[in-house]
Design a protein around this ligand. Structure first.
Ligand code: 8DG
Length: 132
């Protein structure tokens, strides 16, 4: 069984949150999530997040504070979100492995078809965007 920590980046630029749309597996195809993935053995959360963002988006990120609490995932994993920013605001992230990317303003958060664990974190993501 795969267990461990899945880190996700809540990347904010100019008041908008970056979300990405999965292409796989079949039951997650079309669902939205935050950039990230599993932390590898011997890797810190921050290093894992930076690696996953480079792989998935083709950009460097700076990692800040935790957002919300860990959310349990199937198979004994947890989802752990960190606030993040683009290291270079002028560099545009690309959907390297995903169907699409979107920059969401706070009014658009609820309307997306998120993975279930991400939906639990929406109040925390809203607070991150509004500063409240
Ligand atoms: N990256 C990411 N994964 C999420 C989020 N929410 C959520 O439930 N997950 C789940 C989906 C997957 O079961 C798992 C991470 O899978 P992944 O495919 O992104 O990670 P990975 O590249 O390390 O792949 P793997 O080794 O687990 O196959 O966490 C999220 O916001 N971002």
């Amino acid at each position: 069984m795969k267990s461990g920590v899945v880190v996700g980046a809540a990347i904010v630029r100019a008041g908008k949150l970056l979300a990405q749309q999965r292409a796989w597996p079949a039951d997650a195809d079309g669902k939205w999530e935050l950039p990230g993935g599993r932390v590898e053995a011997g890797e810190s959360d921050v290093d894992g997040l930076a690696r996953e963002c480079a792989e998935e988006l083709g950009v460097a990120v700076t990692v800040g504070a935790r957002v919300g609490a860990d959310v349990d995932l199937p198979g004994g994993k947890v989802l752990r979100i960190y606030a993040a920013g683009l290291a270079d605001d002028g560099e545009e992230p690309r959907a390297v492995e995903h169907r699409a990317l979107r920059w969401l303003d706070v009014s658009e958060l609820d309307g997306l078809d998120w993975l279930p664990a991400d939906r639990i974190l929406l109040p925390d993501l809203r607070a991150l965007l509004t500063g409240r």
